[in-house]
Design a protein around this ligand. Structure first.
Ligand code: AMP
Length: 209
């Protein structure tokens, strides 16, 4: 299964991608996570990407396309993958179509007010990237990762002004992909409100349809 997950920041893409990855037995490929690791390790790519990420803008296409191409060539992605956060522009979608066949595109959608609420409650583990939410998916012990006990953090790009910019960036640059994939008969739309498990079941149903 080669899958793309689309959705605005806060729609729960990362959480659903993790669940789908376990269910389908294919890796989740999150371009945001790969970029954040590059920033943390101060690689050449990380140095180039940091200022774009910190201000809620997209990292330039050429950098992200080359990075994703490298990742999809790794052995674990041979049997399939779930792309979380890529493509984010028409140019990226075109590049991806030359690289590999995609079976399905799931687009998660949600009301704008709900998006802001979701974004401000997100906490992540800086060590293993596990994502929590203070209301919807709290850790067992407040502020600590269930898996490794590390103190959870608020991502730099989850600050309110950056969140607003990221939603605006999504509307301008990424939302056109919904039409792009609908026109190609690949799109499945999933309402992303409710419990994580409910949204997951809707996603599975949408993939079977
Ligand atoms: P995410 O964790 O997917 O929300 O990504 C966090 C940030 O990484 C985004 O706000 C962008 O700055 C950058 N990023 C992730 N994926 C892409 C992509 N496909 N194209 C451009 N920038 C990206």
């Amino acid at each position: 299964m080669r899958l793309i997950l689309l959705g605005p920041p806060g729609a729960g893409k990362g959480t659903q991608a993790e669940k789908l990855s376990a269910y389908l037995g294919v890796p989740r490929v999150s371009t945001g996570d790969i970029l954040r690791h590059n920033v943390a390790e101060n690689t050449d790519l990380g140095k180039k990407a940091k200022s774009f990420m910190d201000s809620g803008k997209l990292v330039p296409d050429d950098l992200v396309i080359a990075m994703t191409e490298r990742r999809l060539k790794e052995p674990d992605a041979k049997k399939g993958f779930i792309l979380d956060g890529f493509p984010r522009t028409i140019a990226q979608a075109e590049a991806l179509s030359k690289l590999t066949k995609i079976d399905s595109v799931v687009s998660l959608f949600l009301e704008p007010e709900e998006l802001i609420k979701r974004n401000t409650g997100r906490r992540v583990c800086p060590k293993d990237d596990t994502v929590y939410h203070i209301f919807m998916n709290p850790p067992k012990r407040p502020g600590l990762c269930d898996k490794c006990g590390t103190s959870l953090i608020i991502r730099a790009d989850d600050k309110e002004e950056v969140v607003r910019k990221r939603i605006e960036t999504y509307e301008k640059q990424t939302a056109p992909l919904i039409k792009y994939y609908r026109d190609r008969g690949m799109l499945r739309e999933v309402y992303a409100s409710g419990l994580i498990e409910e949204i997951f079941q809707r996603t599975i149903e949408a993939l079977k349809a």
